[in-house]
Design a protein around this ligand. Structure first.
Ligand code: NAI
Length: 472
């Protein structure tokens, strides 16, 4: 008799493992199938967590090199020990993946190691076949299936990723030495975060971007300011250009680059090239076609607002259904999906999901951008406040950037907030809570903010939305 579950989640990333834990909390017999050999998905193993470990280490290295002197701290020689930095990152990943394994045990969620596919569709008793690393296939039966298989790197035509000279975000986490020159293709989140790491460690970094601006989903003014700050740090940008080919050789990589709008091609050389032009849904080998699960033209599994696919009892969450490819979006979908499977009502407010870029300063945005409000014809007030006018930012010696709040002109409800500045990712969370409660900018302005705090920038931006900022 095969093992039987109420819910089998395919994929142990932030969407999948959280979904299984929540399902177990609600009394369902749950299992997670994962083929990577470690839980936590792309985010924990080769994404969010290792990149943040390197961002933190490289930030400290840069501070020691360039900021200590102004604080009256003399250091005679700052040396980079890259192997130790990389080993520390691996250790951080291990602590996180093992932590997730512990959480599954604690919640009595079965952890099935192997690659899963939907083997037979049978309402109330779907069959999932799992192949382990020795090639042995075991079948499990489950009432519900949750597809949480995540995403993979989008390839760029004409460019072969070898993870040595031409790397994806995964290869960019394990470079054995600092390249003299690094070209990043794509000025999105990965490009700017990993580009920052290697620039801080000493690489000359040039970012080539197809569009005329960086960080496409962010607010326009924030994008411009972020570019200026990153340029000041030494990062170079070639905007409105596309890479059409790459040749690798002993001396590095030669890229063919053309203006995006057409024109003469030229070559650009680099020791290492990072391809970061986006990610696409991962659905290969899951048996979706055989199961009759509808996949969109762009490759995403189609699911309704209850995460139900077109096949009864088969659900999908996270990167594989599209939308913002963010771990925290996947996590919240996992919780909501488990609650729906358990007969509860649950939903996600997609208007209050923050996006954060962990450069320094950080970049964070939530809700609507000014461009989106203009396009929708919504009248709004805008309040802005710079970090240069914040006492704590000055005390920290960290004054680049500003915060901006967008509020409905009629109701004063907060419609969006965008920040480039120190700890922007943490600061934006008070606005996330405010937006969840349908708060007005006056609500934020009248909330007593402790002094001296970077968060006073958010309060002052809220005051500025009513033209009554106090400290500028
Ligand atoms: P992205 O979608 O953020 O950025 C890709 C960039 O590449 C865009 O600016 C695009 O215009 C550009 N591009 C596309 N084709 C190009 C070409 N041929 N030549 C030059 N530029 C080109 O994708 P990215 O950075 O690869 O990240 C993938 C996903 O992972 C994103 O959805 C992101 O949200 C997520 N992620 C989130 C992080 C965070 O929350 N901090 C960190 C890292 C990734």
């Amino acid at each position: 008799m095969p093992d039987t579950f109420d819910v089998i989640v395919i994929g142990g990333g932030p969407g999948g493992y959280v979904c299984a834990i929540r399902a177990a909390q609600l009394g369902l017999k749950a299992a997670v199938v994962e083929s990577r050999g470690a839980l936590g998905g792309t985010c924990t193993n080769v994404g969010c967590i290792p990149s943040k470990a390197l961002l933190q280490s490289s930030h400290l290295y840069e501070e020691a090199n360039h900021s200590f002197a102004a604080h009256g701290i003399k250091v005679s020689k700052v040396e980079l020990d890259l192997p130790t930095m990389l080993a520390r990152k691996d250790d951080v990943v291990k602590q996180n993946t093992q932590g997730i394994e512990f959480l599954l045990k604690k919640n009595k969620v079965a952890y099935i190691k192997g690659f899963a596919r939907v083997a037979k569709v049978q309402t109330g008793a779907h069959q999932i076949a799992v192949k382990d690393d020795k090639g042995t296939e075991t079948t499990y039966v489950t009432k519900y299936v949750v597809l949480a298989s995540g995403s993979e790197v989008t390839p760029l035509p004409g460019i072969t990723i070898d993870e040595k000279q031409i790397v994806s975000s995964t290869g960019a986490l394990v470079l054995s030495k600092v390249p003299k020159t690094l070209v990043v293709i794509g000025a999105g989140v990965i490009g700017l975060e990993m580009g920052s790491v290697w620039r801080r460690l000493g690489a000359e970094v040039t970012v080539i971007e197809f569009l005329d601006f960086i960080l496409p989903p962010m607010d326009g003014e924030i994008r411009k300011q972020t570019q200026r700050i990153l340029e000041k740090q030494g990062m170079k940008f070639r905007l409105g250009q596309k890479v059409t080919g790459a040749k690798t050789g002993k001396d590095g990589v030669t890229l063919t680059v053309e203006p995006a709008k057409g024109g003469a091609a030229e070559t650009v050389t680099a020791d290492v090239v990072l391809v970061a032009v986006g990610r696409r849904a991962f659905t290969t080998g899951l048996g979706l076609q055989e199961a009759g699960v509808t996949v969109s033209k762009r490759g995403f599994i189609e699911a309704d607002e209850n995460f139900q696919t077109n096949v009864e009892g088969i659900f999908a969450i996270g990167d594989v259904i599209g939308g913002q490819m963010l771990a925290h979006k996947a996590e919240d979908e996992g919780v909501a999906c488990a609650e729906i499977l358990s007969g509860h009502a649950s939903h996600i407010n997609y208007d209050a999901i923050a996006g954060v870029v962990y450069t320094w300063p950080e970049v964070a945005g939530i809700g609507k951008t000014e461009e989106q409000l203009k396009e929708a014809g919504i009248a709004y007030n805008v309040g802005k406040f710079p970090f240069t006018a914040n006492g704590r930012a000055r005390a920290n010696g960290d004054t680049d950037g500003f915060a901006k709040i967008l509020a409905d002109a009629k109701t004063d409800q907060v419609l969006g907030c965008h920040i480039v500045g120190p700890a922007a990712g943490d600061l934006i969370m008070e606005v996330a809570v405010a937006m969840e409660f349908g708060a007005s900018s006056e609500d934020i302005a009248r909330t007593c903010h402790a002094h001296p705090q970077l968060g006073e920038v958010v309060k002052e931006a809220a005051l500025a939305a009513d033209k009554r900022a106090l400290h500028i």
